[in-house]
Design a protein around this ligand. Structure first.
Ligand code: MG
Ligand code: MG
Length: 272
């Protein structure tokens, strides 16, 4: 069952999303060779609590930490540890927070220092595919339209689209209806309605779309051990159109980057 949100509830969800956005911005400043993911995890937990929120992943389905950290060949759901990051790595950082009873949940894949051009392109295309998908999240469209758009965009670049893991509705629960696959057929699946809020999150592999689950019960890596990227935003349908609740703006600010990629999906400009 799709739980539609009121305008007031969507504004509360924007608050939750922005706490995650700010956490990822803080993380962006800290990510460098030699830093461990467990250190980043502890920073994130403190930051979220200092902002009057609760880590959204900690304890959810018994996940042991605040961040899911998935370097290189890991797709998603990696557990923070004491292995230092090194130059040339990539790492997907997925973060959740609960404020006012609502979840925020989004992710960004960072490069550590200089990364190989083919991996840089994987990150770029995966992030572009996220916006290609978001553009289809509007009144009159269906779940399959978003999945189709993301799949076409990524496969036309030769990449593998993970099948087993999908985006989702978001609200008072972390995973609400509908499931939002990153593959699909045009015009198929549930119809989008005003007030829906979802997490759209392409998980895209440089090689095969196939994955394997590790015996820690969490970590998922690509079957061919090639790199994988993951970008996620939280989006509502307002006045029939996609409205971003999350932002990568804090990350870009931390990294000294400028981007207008989000502007088209926001009614009024976001002041960081
Ligand atoms: Mg997430
Ligand atoms: Mg998610």
């Amino acid at each position: 069952m799709i739980v539609v949100k009121t305008r007031e509830e969507i504004e509360l969800m924007r608050e939750s999303a922005l706490i995650v956005s700010k956490t990822l911005g803080m993380i962006a400043k800290e990510i460098k060779p030699g830093v461990t993911t467990l250190y980043l995890d502890q920073l994130a937990e403190t930051f979220i609590r200092d902002h009057g929120a609760i880590p959204g992943f900690l304890g959810l389905y018994d996940f042991p930490n605040t961040l899911c950290v998935s370097p290189n060949t890991q797709v998603v759901h990696g557990i923070p540890n004491n292995t230092p990051l090194k130059e040339g790595d990539i790492i997907s950082i997925d973060c959740g927070a609960i404020k006012n009873g609502f979840y925020g949940d989004h992710a960004y894949t960072f490069g550590i220092g200089t990364i190989a051009p083919e991996i840089e392109k994987l990150l770029q295309v995966t992030k572009e595919s996220l916006y290609v998908g978001i553009a289809e999240f509007k009144l009159g469209n269906r779940v399959g339209d978003v999945g189709y758009a993301i799949q076409q965009y990524c496969e036309s670049n030769g990449y593998g689209v993970v099948r087993e893991l999908v985006g989702h509705g978001l609200g008072k629960k972390m995973h609400e209806d509908p499931e939002m696959p990153n593959y699909g057929k045009r015009g198929r699946g549930k119809k989008f309605i005003e007030g829906m809020v979802v997490a759209i999150e392409p998980m895209i592999n440089l090689g095969t779309h196939r994955i394997k689950q590790h015996n820690d019960g969490w970590t998922i890596t690509t079957l061919d051990n090639k790199p994988s990227a993951h970008f996620e935003h939280n989006v509502a349908i307002i006045d029939g159109k996609p409205e971003l609740l999350s932002t990568f703006g804090y990350i870009y600010e931390a990294l000294g980057m400028v981007s207008d990629e989000e502007d088209v999906f926001r009614k009024k400009a976001l002041v960081l």
